[in-house]
Design a protein around this ligand. Structure first.
Ligand SMILES: *Cc1c(COP(=O)(O)O)cnc(C)c1O
Length: 223
């Protein structure tokens, strides 16, 4: 068994154990070659995550069409148009202006684009994400945006060795997720995805209710 396959099976095992199999693994393939991605794809992995638009587009062409591409990194408004035809899910909607742009471009190509709202939960200033106020603002104007579908929330915990801190941050996001479902019953049936957890903290994230994890280095090795 290759290292790649061993890594994949190990993560799948933990998903079975801790998440009763109800957690979707996104293989974060940023900086990885198309050959590495193809190998993982041949092992049955279908969902891949990229954080840069250009890199995602260059890989789409060369790889099997059944791959579902997730955009997980900050998206600039001027890149929306070129990426939305190819993207399965945008995890990183971090402003109303961005969401409006996605809606506008999606309308032009007669598509409804699936998105997650990225919520700021960490204590680090470098991380992107919506504040509670911005989140509410977006949820209130959603009825006017017919070409985007909000499927859930995404968040990144602080890059910290302190497990309790990380766990608390995930717990906050899970709380917001449940609250949004209660307060916005019209869209609640679409709100099925809670994307949280990376290589260093995905087990904690699953314990705290994540059902979509984004794992790179634990699968492919250090970048
Ligand atoms: C790079 C990245 C990941 C994966 O990071 P690893 O630590 O390699 O698992 C997950 N989410 C986002 C948004 C990323 O940019």
């Amino acid at each position: 068994m290759s290292t790649l396959e061993r890594n994949l099976r190990q993560i799948e095992n933990i998903i079975q154990l801790k998440g009763q199999g109800k957690v979707n693994l996104i293989a974060v393939s940023k900086t990885r070659t198309t050959e590495e991605i193809r190998k993982l794809s041949n092992l049955g992995q279908r969902d891949f995550g990229e954080n840069k638009v250009q890199e995602l587009l260059s890989k789409v062409d060369e790889l099997p069409k059944n791959i579902r591409w997730h955009l997980i990194g900050h998206l600039q408004r001027n890149k929306v148009k070129i990426v939305i035809p190819y993207v399965h899910l945008i995890h990183s909607v971090d402003s109303l202006k961005l969401l409006e742009e996605i809606n506008r471009e999606a309308l032009k190509i007669q598509k409804v684009v699936d998105c997650l709202l990225q919520v700021f939960i960490a204590t680090e200033e470098t991380k992107y994400g919506l504040s509670s106020t911005e989140l509410t603002e977006i949820l209130n104007v959603l009825p006017q945006l017919n070409n985007v579908r909000i499927c859930g929330l995404m968040g990144m915990a602080s890059n910290s060795q302190d497990e309790n801190k990380v766990r608390d941050e995930f717990r906050v996001l899970k709380g917001i997720f449940e609250e949004v479902k209660t307060r916005y019953p019209v869209i609640a049936s679409n709100l099925t995805i809670l994307s949280m957890g990376m290589s260093g903290d995905y087990e904690i994230a699953i314990e705290e209710g994540s059902n979509m994890i984004r794992v790179g280095s634990l699968l492919f090795g250090e970048r």
